[in-house]
Each structure stands twice: as C-alpha cells, then as structure tokens.
Design a protein around this ligand. Structure first.
Ligand SMILES: NC(=O)c1ccc[n+]([C@@H]2O[C@H](COP(=O)([O-])OP(=O)(O)OC[C@H]3O[C@@H](n4cnc5c(N)ncnc54)[C@H](O)[C@@H]3O)[C@@H](O)[C@H]2O)c1
Ligand SMILES: [Zn+2]
Ligand SMILES: [Zn+2]
Length: 379
C-alpha cells in the first residue's frame, strides 16, 4: 500500500509503497478514507515536536475496519471508525475518574513511535518504520490499537469524521467539556483555524449569546461568521477588549479559548475574561514557552486558567455524539474543509497549511462508502 513517509526531519514527505503486517492481538487494521492535515504533523516534520523517523505521520483519520486481531471486541470488519490518538488503558486513576484523555499509560510507546504493545507493523523495503501518535494516517491503510478505534454511524462523510479525530473534538471539547459554556454566555475564541472554528461552532451550539472570533486572516474571519460567530475581529487593527466590554456590560467574557498556540495570548485572554470567568488554553506553545499572568488579579478575580488536551474528551462517547450533532445540521463541520488533496499532493497541502490559507486540508485516501446523512440548516 502507499504511504507518505517522513524519512528525515526538514525533508518533504515521500509517497512510496510500504508494507503493513496483519494486526496482532488487540489490534485492528483500518482502510483509511481520509486524513486531515494538522499543525502538529507539521511541527514534527520541522523537528519542533520531535518523533522517531523514518515514520508515517498523520493522526486525524477515519476509515473502515478491514480485519481484527485476536481478542478484539470493540469493532468488527466493516465498521466505520474515527481514530483516537489517546488509546487510554481503561483502568488507571484518570480513566477510572472519567478523564481518559489524561491517561498516560501509553506515553512511553508514543514517544518510542510504536503501538501500545511496543510492536511496529509498518515497514519499507524490509526495514521497520515508526508509527506516529499510534495512528499513522498518511497511508491507505493502518494498523492501530483497539482502544484507538471509535465506532461511528455509517451515514456520515468519512472526510468529516476524520476531522473529528483531532481538530473538531479539541475545539468542541474545550467549549463543552472544559469550559462548560452556558446558554447566554459571551465566548471569545482567539485563533480561527480548524480547532478555533470548531470551538466557535460548539459555542453557538451551546447557546452562547455572543461568540467573538479573533483571527488575523480575512478568509477565516469570514468563515467564522458563517459558522456561528456573532462578531469577528482582526487583532491587527481592532479593539478586541473594547468590543468584549461593550457586549458584556463592562464585565468581560465568561469564557476565552486560546486556539492560536501563542503564549503571549494567554495573558490577553486573561485580561478579556470577567471575574470568575474561565480561560481555556488549547493552542500548544513552543517547547520552553512560559506564560505570565498579573498576580494580584489572579487572586482577587478568581479567574480559572486551564489547559485542555484533546478537548478533555471521552472519545468513545464524545465523538459519536459530535457526529450526531453534525448529522442533525447543528455543527456544520463540513465547512472546515477548505481543500481536498490526493496523497501525492500532501506536501502542497502542508505548504497551504503553513501559508495560513486552510481552515483544514484533507487528503482523500479511498472512495468513502455510503452517503452523508447531514440535513443542513437544522439549527
Ligand atoms: N490541546 C490539544 O489537544 C490540541 C490538539 C490539536 C491542536 N492543538 C493546537 O491548537 C492550535 C490550533 O490548531 P489549528 O490546527 O487550528 O491551527 P491553525 O494554524 O489552523 O490555527 C491557528 C490560527 O490562529 C491564528 N492566529 C495567529 N495569530 C493570532 C493572533 N494574534 N490572534 C488570533 N489568532 C491568531 C492563525 O491565523 C490561525 O488561523 C495549535 O497550536 C495546535 O498545535 C492542540
Ligand atoms: Zn492534531
Ligand atoms: Zn488509563
């Protein structure tokens, strides 16, 4: 099968024929239909977030189960799945307390570039390749751990489902799971890429009264206003703080989501938030970045500043639920796809990503079976 291989950091991906071994016990083989291009893959290509090479990158994918290894119970051949990059163990203190996104049981295997068992199923000309984020979705097929397979309804587009594997769940979950946005709230989202736009949609879906998207790129501000932002702001020239104050009776926003990955924006987010409000940091700043906040206000204003990893999600319940909302027309997730590429065009896709043109770029890997049940305009 074909895969886009990163042989070396700071080199383009190379689309080559690779071999994929059959799934071992507790593993699942998936024929991928689509994969999204995420900034995190790019950070690995440049070495900013190192991962062992040569490897097959990609961690935002969906497809159809083609075979299963011994003992697999969660999915069967023919099932449609979104792939989750946190194959949680199910029995550590985090899994037990309903926070499987914080399960660190598999972290050593993540860093080693293998599946959870330590196995590698990918190879090129007889030499093993490393996996990436347990998923390696820049390929026509992949072998993943059973825990990474989230079974989904069969009547939604697998291109849209792929985005639920990272950007959508991250942005949606920051709003719904972490900030727990209430109806009537004022929500500010800093950065309207795939993650921020998903947060904008989720805020609208949660009944927020004012949803402000702050984004320097004109085309993304426009898209934000089409998918639920009540106000869009260019941080380069407009007075974000003044607008937030005027909309909130001088109080500040109930919730501010940082989805740009710029550490200096965390202090700005803090300043935009009302007393007792919540700042959710979703963007991942560069390694070594430090965030500083005004100390007295941190105490006196009782603001909550929190991170959110993978939308603080429980993948097996949240991802199907997100796709139900999509199918009902309440989350226009298909609007995130700016452009679709063939696997051979993947480097052009990353060039577009770096240029800031994409809300999300998607690589189509196989003809997706079935149709798309979405009923547009449902709410
Ligand atoms: N926490 C998690 O689990 C998780 C998961 C996936 C991605 N991420 C991170 O989330 C961030 C967003 O991901 P993405 O894929 O949407 O990236 P993206 O690059 O598509 O979006 C970031 C957006 O921020 C905008 N931006 C730049 N400067 C800005 C400013 N001063 N004010 C407001 N907006 C500004 C950019 O124009 C861009 O549209 C990245 O840092 C990514 O690594 C985190
Ligand atoms: Zn991602
Ligand atoms: Zn666990």
């Amino acid at each position: 099968m074909r895969a886009a291989v990163l042989f070396q950091e700071n080199h383009p991906l190379e689309v080559v024929e690779v071999d994929l071994a059959e799934p071992g016990p507790g593993e699942v083989r998936v024929r991928l239909a689509a994969t999204g291009l995420c900034a995190s893959d790019w950070h690995t290509m440049t070495g900013a977030i190192p991962s062992p090479t040569p490897s097959v990158l990609g961690h935002e994918g969906a497809g159809v189960v083609s075979s299963v290894g011994d003992g697999v119970e969660r999915v069967a051949p023919g099932d449609h799945v979104v792939l989750s990059w946190v194959p949680s163990c199910g029995h550590c203190r985090y899994c037990e307390s309903g926070r499987p996104n914080l399960c660190a049981t598999a972290t050593p295997a993540l860093l080693a570039g293998t599946l959870v068992s330590g196995a590698r199923r990918l190879s090129y000309r007889g030499s093993p390749l490393y996996h990436y984020s347990f998923l390696s979705t820049f390929a026509e097929e992949t072998v993943v751990d059973e825990a990474a397979c989230v079974k989904i309804r069969k009547d939604v587009s697998l291109s849209v489902a792929a985005l639920v594997g990272c950007a959508v769940t991250t942005g949606y979950g920051a709003v719904v799971n972490r900030a727990r946005v209430e109806p009537g709230s004022t929500v500010v989202v800093l950065g309207a890429g795939g993650v921020g736009l998903s947060a904008v949609m989720a805020a609208g879906c949660s009944g927020a009264r004012h949803v402000l998207a702050v984004e320097p790129e004109f085309s993304k501000r426009q898209l934000a206003s089409e998918v639920g932002a009540t106000h869009v702001v260019d941080p380069g020239g407009e007075d974000v703080a003044g607008l937030v104050r005027s909309l909130s009776g001088g109080e500040g926003a109930d919730v501010v989501i940082e989805a740009a990955g710029r550490p200096e924006l965390v202090a700005e987010a803090f300043g935009l938030t009302r007393r007792g409000g919540t700042v959710v940091c979703v963007g991942v700043p560069p390694v070594g970045a430090v965030v500083s906040l005004p100390g007295p206000d941190l105490v006196r204003h009782e603001k909550v500043v929190t991170g959110s990893l993978y939308g603080s999600c429980r993948p097996h319940s949240d991802m199907p639920r997100i796709l139900d909302l999509y199918a009902e027309g309440r989350l226009p997730l298909d609007r995130l796809v700016t452009r679709t590429y063939a696997l051979e065009e993947i480097n052009a896709g990353f060039a577009d990503l770096v240029s800031g043109r994409l809300a999300r770029g998607v690589v189509a890997l196989a003809e997706a079976p079935g149709g798309d049940a979405r009923r547009p305009g449902g709410g």
